[in-house]
Design a protein around this ligand. Structure first.
Ligand SMILES: [Zn+2]
Ligand SMILES: [Zn+2]
Length: 263
């Protein structure tokens, strides 16, 4: 459990605050959950098994994979070779080495992401993790880290949705994770509606490596976890601080990637 610094601290502090009655409630909760039928994370319809979409929702998802840009996973119409890059990555190489996403961003992936973001449903993070994990290269000695939220947002919401996904991925794959590896030192405005230059400016100086973990980053292959990849401004800013701290490589893994236009 060494890898779960943040999660462990939070669990410990909430445990001390628990009284006997809430402990008893917590003890029966798994049984109650077990009794409820599993539901589609998209529409709420009852499904055969947990973490499965119903047929309608499943068919509306566009799963991403080959053929695509070797760096940013932009889908290609035809296979152009494993190392082929899209025009954007050729013109302006990203600060990260490789990005992969489970699905193309659209109405349903957005709905699922919002459910996690504002509903705080850890089950949704586990569902996302199941769809994301096939993109993790098995031979890498990954250190997982979430894109951080500013602490004001964490206080308001109580958690960081990307940290919930990173935690779920780490638990499922037995991977090393530091949920507070990167810190957001500046609250950034909503990037929607900004052009690429404005986005880059908005996130400049927003991130730093937690000073406790500087030694953990040096020479490591970092897998940065995010819910939605839009313009790449945030992912690039995080990748830059990781590289500056000596990371050997920085890959991005997200639930959904915007493929056309902007959200
Ligand atoms: Zn559904
Ligand atoms: Zn690309």
């Amino acid at each position: 459990m060494v890898g779960f610094g943040l999660a462990v601290n939070r669990a410990a502090s909430s445990l001390t605050a628990m009284n006997a009655a809430s402990l008893a409630r917590a003890a029966v909760r798994p049984i109650v959950d077990f009794a409820l039928p599993p539901r589609c994370p998209g529409c709420g319809a009852v499904t055969q098994e947990p973490h499965r979409f119903c047929l309608d929702c499943w068919q509306s998802l566009t799963f991403l994979g080959e053929p695509c840009c070797a760096v940013c996973a932009l889908p290609f119409e035809y296979g152009e070779g494993e190392a082929a890059l899209c025009g954007g990555c050729m013109a302006e190489p990203p600060a990260f080495d490789r990005l992969r996403a489970a699905v193309s961003y659209g109405a349903l992936p957005r709905k699922v992401a919002l459910k996690l973001k504002y509903g705080g449903r850890p089950g949704v993070a586990a569902t996302m993790a199941r769809f994301m994990e096939r993109h993790i290269e098995a031979d890498g000695d990954w250190l997982l880290a979430p894109v951080p939220l500013h602490r004001w947002r964490i206080w308001r919401r109580g958690y960081n949705q990307s940290a919930l996904i990173a935690g779920a991925l780490a638990r499922r794959g037995g991977l090393d994770a530091r949920l507070d590896l990167i810190e957001r030192v500046k609250a950034t405005p909503v990037l929607r509606g900004m052009n690429p230059r404005e986005r880059r400016e908005a996130v400049r100086g927003a991130f730093r490596i937690n000073s406790r973990y500087k030694a953990n980053v040096k020479g490591r292959a970092i897998l940065l976890i995010d819910d939605v990849y839009t313009s790449g401004a945030t992912a690039n800013a995080c990748a830059r601080v990781l590289k500056r701290a000596g990371a050997a490589s920085v890959n991005i893994l997200c639930w959904a990637r915007v493929v056309r236009g902007e959200d």
